[in-house]
Design a protein around this ligand. Structure first.
Ligand SMILES: [Zn+2]
Length: 280
């Protein structure tokens, strides 16, 4: 825990080294006019050191149903806290908010496939399941330049056909082992308390970037998690995720029906009011 905390602090302090104090911004001339200082050699941005979850306490915060309308603000927060997230995107919202999806990829977050229109996959034919998933793969690739690398089926519902199709598409299935109930409570304190209650090393927490209160409480939540020594990483950085094969479910055990609908939002009602014409 000490290591994790000092690590986080060290990372935060990097950009404020002597650099800013020692570099004159302008040079005064005889006429009293300021002219720009000679061009300094640009300081290379230090490459972020990958977090090693074997050495530090990691947790993965995941956001479903997006890109939601508050994704931009959420990304600002993750940037400020030097943290990573995983976004399970719906193709229909990638279509309406491609810039948000692109920003997620550019800023190093993981992107997963959460179907195109959030149906109950178990009620669909195999062809329809395939269509929901491939349409989303294609639109994410078109918008961000990258294909999603994992699938999270809507409502966490899957069966043998969904697993077989995921295997065929070369992607593991990622569920969760801790909820936030953000979609139900829509209350900052309740979301904060629930996430901290469910936080554990290597945990995967389910949240939604269309819930305004989730996005608003995030700075406070990330502060609290960092104080507890957590490093917020994308799912692919978790130790167990690295060994998960296409078609397999991660975290192990979360596919059991009795364990699952601890949290199974009925979709994203707020987003149904949004359309590609909502300006985002
Ligand atoms: Zn969902």
């Amino acid at each position: 825990m000490l290591l994790a905390t000092s690590c986080a602090l060290a990372m935060i302090s990097v950009p404020t080294t002597a650099w800013s104090a020692d570099q004159p911004k302008t040079t005064a001339t005889a006429a009293g006019k300021a002219k720009p200082a000679p061009k300094a050699t640009p300081t290379p941005t230090p490459k972020p050191v990958p977090v090693d979850c074997a050495k530090v306490k990691c947790i993965a915060l995941t956001f479903d149903d997006g890109p939601g309308k508050y994704a931009d603000k959420l990304l600002d927060t993750f940037k400020k806290y030097k943290s990573k997230a995983t976004f399970f995107l719906e193709g229909q919202y990638v279509k309406s908010r491609p810039a948000f999806a692109k920003r997620m990829v550019t800023e190093g977050h993981d992107i997963g496939n959460h179907s195109y229109s959030h149906p109950h996959l178990r009620e669909l034919s195999e062809d329809k399941i395939r269509e929901e998933l491939t349409k989303t793969q294609d639109i994410v690739k078109k918008s961000t330049g990258k294909y999603p690398t994992t699938i999270r089926p809507p409502y966490g519902e899957l069966d043998g056909r969904v697993s077989a199709i995921a295997a065929e598409m070369g992607m593991p299935i990622v569920l969760w082992n801790g909820g936030s109930r953000d979609w139900a409570t829509k209350n900052e304190k309740a979301i904060y308390d629930e996430v901290l209650k469910n936080a554990k090393r290597e945990g995967i927490i389910l949240m939604h970037d269309w819930v305004e209160q989730t996005v608003t409480v995030m700075p406070k939540l990330l502060t609290a998690l960092q104080k507890q020594g957590y490093h917020m990483v994308a799912v692919s950085s978790l130790r167990g995720a690295k060994d998960t094969k296409a078609g397999d479910v991660y975290p192990v055990g979360s596919e059991k029906d009795e364990d699952l609908p601890s949290e199974s939002p009925t979709g994203d009602p707020d987003d149904f009011a949004q359309s590609p014409s909502d300006g985002l």
